[in-house]
Ligand binder design. Structure first.
Ligand code: C2O
Ligand code: CU
Length: 446
């Protein structure tokens, strides 16, 4: 569903520099896009006869696709009609701290209340939105949606599809299994109902000869998607923070929870049927998963193509050399304790309070995973570059807000705290680990 666009007369100057574009919008400018979002109990049919009594935004799962334009103000009036408090985090969007939608930045929106979020998306890309209160239950029940920001100069494709991946732990009647328990606390919640856009194993289509842009979001609580299209080659063109510098050919790509990737699919040949799979990925869970299907792709009759993909998509200047000296160490670890049985720590404690960060001071963080399981590290409100993974440069340069931390590995990241002071956080995006306290809070100060 497309959001409504009205009063499209805001004058704005567009600056392509992502750091400058983060400057505060002109508060007198009327928002170009106004949206009303409502969270409420929603019956959500994942497959014929299997209906989950969950939650939805505007009565649907995923929630409506929010479409915004880079550099244009947007206003979202959010009403909570659940019977529990909630709030909305705009995952990946570089918004002012007060609009980040966490319990560090605002009082949860009580049942019956409305809160208006206002910001100007500074970056084009594929983002998403989800609650930041009781996340383990609220996301599993269906509260999440895609948030797309379009730039002025995007590659021309024949068609675009937005694919939000998720899984649900429910029985054959669609009854959600009980929340909690040791395995769920350890592995994070995974389920056997595998979804794309809220439907179990759907059949997608593409016309032969055409090139589509797929914007892919992993909205699962804990599951890693090691995406494969039946072994077919596709081209990666974007990550969390928008386009990368040049298309990269691949036959698979790993999306830890909360991660996004934009890929070009096609041209393919008529009559082909490709399985949209997540390949076996071992992340030291108690329950091991092999290759599993999320959907299929059928290639229909040929259509002409107007796709035009430049070989250079964008320039991303490196923030720091690969061996830059860290300004901070962040250590994720898992330990045993009498109280919780299993603890998820950052720098030795749950809900870690980290040192303040100063606006404008280049951050080089060594993010270490001292544990034997993977954790997806997520930084709120800012994009970082991955400088190295155990000393080795990543395959290509990109802007990210989620990066996987493999076991016993140190990932070096660099980021610039622009002038958006306030309360920020980073955490493991396996929701059960996040809830257990695998997170750090810090103040961004001037
Ligand atoms: Cu998707 Cu605290 O974030
Ligand atoms: Cu984790």
């Amino acid at each position: 569903m497309k959001a409504n666009h009205h009063s499209h007369h805001a004058l704005h100057t567009f600056t392509p520099d992502p750091m400058e574009a983060a400057a505060a919008p002109d508060p007198s400018a009327p928002p170009a896009v106004r949206i009303a979002l409502e969270a409420k109990a929603t019956n959500w049919e994942v497959s014929p006869g299997v209906t989950i009594s969950g939650y939805g935004y505007n009565g649907q799962v995923p929630g409506p696709v929010i479409e915004a334009t880079q550099g244009e103000p947007i206003e979202i009036a959010f009403t909570n009609n659940l019977s529990e408090p909630t709030l909305i985090h705009w995952h990946g969007l570089r918004v002012p701290a007060a609009m980040d939608g966490t319990q560090a930045t605002q009082r949860p929106v009580a049942p019956g209340e409305t809160f208006v979020y206002r910001f100007t998306p500074p970056d084009a890309g594929t983002f998403w939105y989800h609650p930041h209160a009781n996340e383990t239950e609220q996301l599993e029940k269906g509260l999440y949606g895609a948030f797309i920001v379009r730039g002025a100069d995007e590659p021309v494709v024949d068609r675009e599809q937005i694919l939000v991946f998720d899984d649900v732990d429910a029985d054959k009647q669609g009854r959600l299994s009980k929340f909690g328990g040791f395995r769920e606390r350890h592995d994070g919640r995974e389920g056997d109902i595998r979804l794309i856009n809220g439907k179990a194993e759907p059949e997608l289509t593409i016309a032969a000869g055409q090139v589509e842009r797929w914007r892919i979001i992993n909205a699962s609580s804990a599951r890693y998607i090691r995406l494969s299209l039946g072994g077919a080659t596709f081209r990666i063109i974007g990550t969390d923070g928008g386009l990368i510098e040049a298309p990269v050919e691949a036959t698979e790509v790993l999306l830890p929870t909360a991660d996004r990737v934009d890929i070009l699919v096609g041209p393919l040949e008529e009559g082909q049927t490709l399985s949209i799979d997540s390949l076996r990925y071992l992340r030291s869970t108690m329950k091991v998963r092999g290759k599993e299907r999320f959907g299929t792709l059928k290639v229909g009759p040929a259509k002409p193509s107007i796709a035009s993909i430049p070989s250079r998509l964008r320039t991303i200047e490196p923030l720091a050399p690969i061996d830059a000296t860290p300004t901070r160490n962040v250590k994720f670890s898992v330990g045993l304790s009498l109280r919780n049985i299993i603890d998820f720590n950052v720098n030795g404690e749950t809900h870690h309070t980290d040192k303040p960060v100063k606006v404008g001071e280049l951050q080089i963080w060594d993010v270490e995973n001292a544990s034997l399981m993977d954790h997806p590290f997520h930084l709120h409100g800012f994009f970082f570059q991955v400088l190295s993974i155990d000393g080795k440069a990543p395959a290509f340069r990109s802007w990210e807000d989620v990066v996987n931390l493999p076991p016993r590995t140190t990932v070096k990241i660099a980021w610039i705290p622009e002038d958006r002071p306030g309360k920020w956080m980073y955490h493991c995006h396996i929701l059960e680990h996040h809830e257990a306290g695998m997170m750090g809070h810090f103040d961004l100060v001037r």
